[in-house]
Ligand binder design. Sequence first.
Ligand code: ARG
Length: 569
Amino acid sequence: MQKFKYAVAVDLNNVLSAMSSEINLSIEDIVNMFEYTPNSSLGDIAFPCFKLSRILRKSPVMIAQELSFKLSGECISKAEAVNGYLNIFSSDSFLCNEICEIEATKKKYGSDNSGVGKTAVFDYSSPNVAKPFHIGHLGTTVIGHSLKKIHEFLGYNCVGINYLGDWGTQFGKLIVAYNLWGDKQKIEANGVDELVALYVKFHQEAEVDEELNQKARNEFTKLEQGDETNISLWKWFIELSLKEYQQTYKQLGIEFDSYKGESFYTDKMPAQVQKLRDLGLLKIDDGASIVDLTEYNMPPCLILKKDGSTLYPTRDIAAAVYRKNEYKFDKCIYVTSAGQSLHFAQWFKVVELMGYDWHDQLVHVPYGTVSINGEKLATRTGNVILLKDLFATAIDKVKDIIKEKNPNLENQDEVAEAVGVGSVIFYYLYNNRIRDINFIMQDALSFEGNTGPYAQYTYARTCGVLEKSIGVDTSVQLTITNDDERELIKTLSKFGEAVNGAVKEYEPSIITRYIIEVCGAFNKFYHNCPILNSDNKQEMNSRLRFVKATQTVLGNAFELICIKKTQKI
Ligand code: ARG
């Protein structure tokens, strides 16, 4: 509807300027003032006249009335004054043009190329090596990837970075545990699960044997000093972990451009620490080096521990500087749980105090917590639910549903994977990201309601209709014969706005919810309007063009939230 808003705004701007020279609203201002009507019988968009009342010295009711007489334009079929609002109806031909636009732009439909020439870096997923990759990472992984996809769609040059937690004292513990109890073959066979088991055992044993912690510190120091045995163990742990994460990433269709993790920044921190010192920003507090942020109502940002070792913020500062130089980003987006919000606010402030003028290009995108209710999922670590188990359970359940409902379906495994994985992503991304989520598998997998399976089923339905048709003839005239068709086209034409909203607010749920809107409008149209059974050839073709356009828009939207398309379910 954005195009309609702009077209009307141009006409309205002319009318308003003629009414009073005191009104200086730009086209953009007018576009932003438009509201959507609560239902289509009230028009497609509404222009509130309340703010103009003072300038024009007339009541909003009178202004709306006057505008309704004066406003005309090819795109408008009707303009009505109702309680101080000017309700505007789009002409059918203007709406139909949107279908032509979808047909012409296809995979690009919905993009305004606003990101062309700009670079956006995404720091997401970033699990801590040799620790479980669990449902707490679902948010950063799917929100991060979706935001990257949305930016790519708008033309941004995007860089996806997996900032692996591949450095820290946990490696000292793991090395000690491996040397004491490790079994190479078992680890080769079971990967991260085995490493986690070793890590857990270390903690249990350390409770009774305090010396283990000192041993772990020693091993980590050896690792820091480049001890060959420890380095090769460390590399092996990372390799094993990556191999496993990559299976999940593959299922999700995720590829990273860089896996430069925390360890990569070891030699890049001293320069930044020195800069902080030179600028007089470092304070010694109980032996530790900090940046005081009292003035900004935040606790101090810790830069160096008492023993001189670096910390999480130190590495993030060095990594940001490196990325700015390496990628020349226009924005660098960090997707983590809201629990890390203070950490980001603190070191973003430090970057600002250091005089880096790009500090405002750093964006933290926080999200809420996930808990899982209902059926217990199988986990081998006991108290955490691993991402791979969550996806595997969803896929298995879809397999059962298919066996029961559509036993003759071809490529059952492929479909089950697309629908199973899709259902988890969709359920997760349907929520406003900052809200805490209670994950209920049964709800996620339902074919009814606002779910992934429902959306994928609707997409498959468009495929089914088109497959049964003799083809879509785009030269046949489009006609709108009823409200269901009209509503469908209107909904399709709001895609661009959903994309822009999602980017502006770093909120993939805007796309997810939009998909549900499209599915609702399409299914209503599908049930009420005969398509292949229509006895009017022109009408049949016109409707087929609507089906095809729906398929294109849904397909584009699915891409943005990383849901696979299924031709059949
Ligand atoms: N590895 C961290 C964790 O699992 C997340 C890293 C987020 N990115 C960053 N640049 N700090 O909590």
